[in-house]
Ligand binder design. Sequence first.
Ligand code: TYM
Length: 334
Amino acid sequence: MNKPRLYSGMQPSADSLQVGNYIGALMQWRELQQSYEAFFSVVDLHALTQPNDPAELREKTRRTAAQYIAAGIEPSKSTLYVQSHVPAHAELAWVLSTVTGFGEAGRMTQFKDKSQRYGSDATSVGLFTYPVLMAADILLYQTDIVPVGDDQKQHVELTRDLAERFNARFGTTFQVPMPVIQQDTARIYDLQNPTAKMSKSAESDAGVLWLLDDPAVSAKKIMRAVTDSDGTVRYDRENKPGVSNLLVIFAALTGRQIPAIEDEFAGRGYGDFKKALAEVVTEEFGPVRARALEMLDDPAELDRVLAVNAAKAAEVADATLADVYDKVGLLRRV
Ligand code: TYM
């Protein structure tokens, strides 16, 4: 029996993943890898769209892989690899770029936001074609589902459009994937600015909870998280975005329902609630952090695991790429 396929990835764009990555994606990955044939990549080619120190990028790539494993992705069961280790990604991206409209790519909101922020001279062509490379990632593996946070939904929609267009033009080649987004945790917000998404590339560190932060540092950030003057621990996204965000994090990490948490803290102040959340965060990430750091002490072993998995990924990816090359009319090398 063939299991349905799952694909997802994260950029190695910081020394640590942040809690939004963990709650919005990794927790779903860990669960879904049991019932899907799963492929998880560290998308280092995507990370090149931001300025990087080369040695640091290599280190961040290992750190990201180590955190996947530390958080429960099993590299003997799921295929966990580094995107650039499988050349078919860049190769398929080129072919897909020839069926992507310029206007279509220009409508991607992440591109629009970033290009507005940096200005057109500092905006690379790579940033523009970023979603096409992401489509290649997904389509190479004949993926059924793509579990992501809310911010990646538009990119998965584009992937679907490209798959359908290619299939219509050249005959059925790609599985058309579905995004899977866990609605209640699809967007975790910044602790200091609870209407902005928590992000690895946030300007200020104070609102970002990092998986690899020292627990004391995370606790301090939680205690200083922006709330409101109402004083009741109650979910109300509109009027109490800070407290609502903390409730969502609390519920996601404990598996409890928000009303039960509201009841527990009824009549108690934000201080108590934040202290309890800091404990939850410490308990959840303490072991993840310890395991990740232990793996990073033996980079040769981690590199070996990544190489074995890259070979497994390449087998699937190369078959799809060969089919694509045939379909579009590239002459086969004999
Ligand atoms: P990236 O590295 O920005 O984020 C990795 C995953 O974490 C989710 N996420 C969040 N979820 C909830 N709240 C947040 N504050 C939050 N911040 C991040 C993201 O939605 C994502 O699921 N383009 C992708 C990487 C990528 C990819 C792929 C994903 C490349 N190829 C193929 C899926 C399939 C990205 O930059 O994710």
